[in-house]
Write a protein that binds this ligand. Structure first.
Ligand SMILES: O=P(O)(O)OP(=O)(O)OP(=O)(O)OC[C@H]1O[C@@H](n2cnc3c(O)ncnc32)[C@H](O)[C@@H]1O
Ligand SMILES: [Mg+2]
Length: 199
């Protein structure tokens, strides 16, 4: 019973997200198991929602139904002001369905070409949904403000992190350790809210 309630299946196929989840959840006594370890054959659901919240709920419910476990899903993305919120919910597939970080970053830079630094404001947003058999969904969200650089810096993180600069820290998210990123990121904030709800 104890173990059952403390195991969280992480409903993501993204290794970068999984690393961040484990770093926050495991010290709090949760065992964070990627859904691929439960059943590698489960196909990814189509993310048909128009919002992060809809897609996070869709993924959490889908994987709970497939596995029978409590499943924690994350839907997140990059919101760029001068691009009217793009890529937003399409962040993973901005440059096409292949989910390629390099292609997505190249497209982002092309869209921002000629835009001066002061107009390159952006934020990351994350919505987490925990689906538990027979219970209501739990939701938590977080955001993190930054500026989109023209040249990448750092090798940590994933996705848009080498271009996502945090002025207060004087570095990009890809220049931060896992712990430092989790301390201020959209996902870290959402995760702390969610684990508070579980106490
Ligand atoms: O759906 P799952 O399987 O969780 O994995 P995914 O990568 O497809 O995840 P999303 O559908 O939520 O798309 C989120 C995209 O937004 C970007 N993103 C989100 N959080 C990020 C972060 O912390 N650092 C860099 N890029 C991030 C990145 O391109 C992600 O692929
Ligand atoms: Mg996805």
């Amino acid at each position: 019973m104890e173990k059952q309630t403390r195991t969280l299946v992480i409903a993501t196929k993204n290794e970068g997200k999984l690393r961040e989840f484990k770093a926050v959840l495991e010290p709090l006594g949760f065992s964070a198991v990627p859904v691929g370890d439960i059943d590698a054959a489960i196909a990814e659901p189509k993310e048909t929602g128009m919002t992060f919240a809809e897609n996070a709920a869709l993924k959490a419910t889908y994987y709970m139904d497939k596995t029978g476990y409590s499943c924690l899903a994350d839907d997140s993305g990059l919101i760029v002001d001068v691009l009217h919120g793009r890529p937003g919910v399409y962040s993973a597939r901005y440059a096409g369905p292949q989910h390629n970080d390099a292609d997505n970053n190249a497209k982002l830079l092309a869209e921002l070409s000629g835009v001066p630094a002061e107009k390159r404001t952006a934020r990351y947003a994350c919505v987490l949904v925990l689906a538990r058999p027979g219970r209501e969904l739990l939701t938590a969200e977080g955001t993190c403000e930054g500026i989109i650089l023209n040249t990448p810096a750092g090798d940590n993180g994933f996705g848009y992190d080498p271009y996502f600069y945090i002025p207060e820290k004087g570095k990009t998210m890809a220049e931060m350790s896992l712990a430092e990123k989790n301390g201020l990121s959209h996902r870290g904030k959402a995760l702390r809210k969610l684990t508070d709800l579980l106490r």
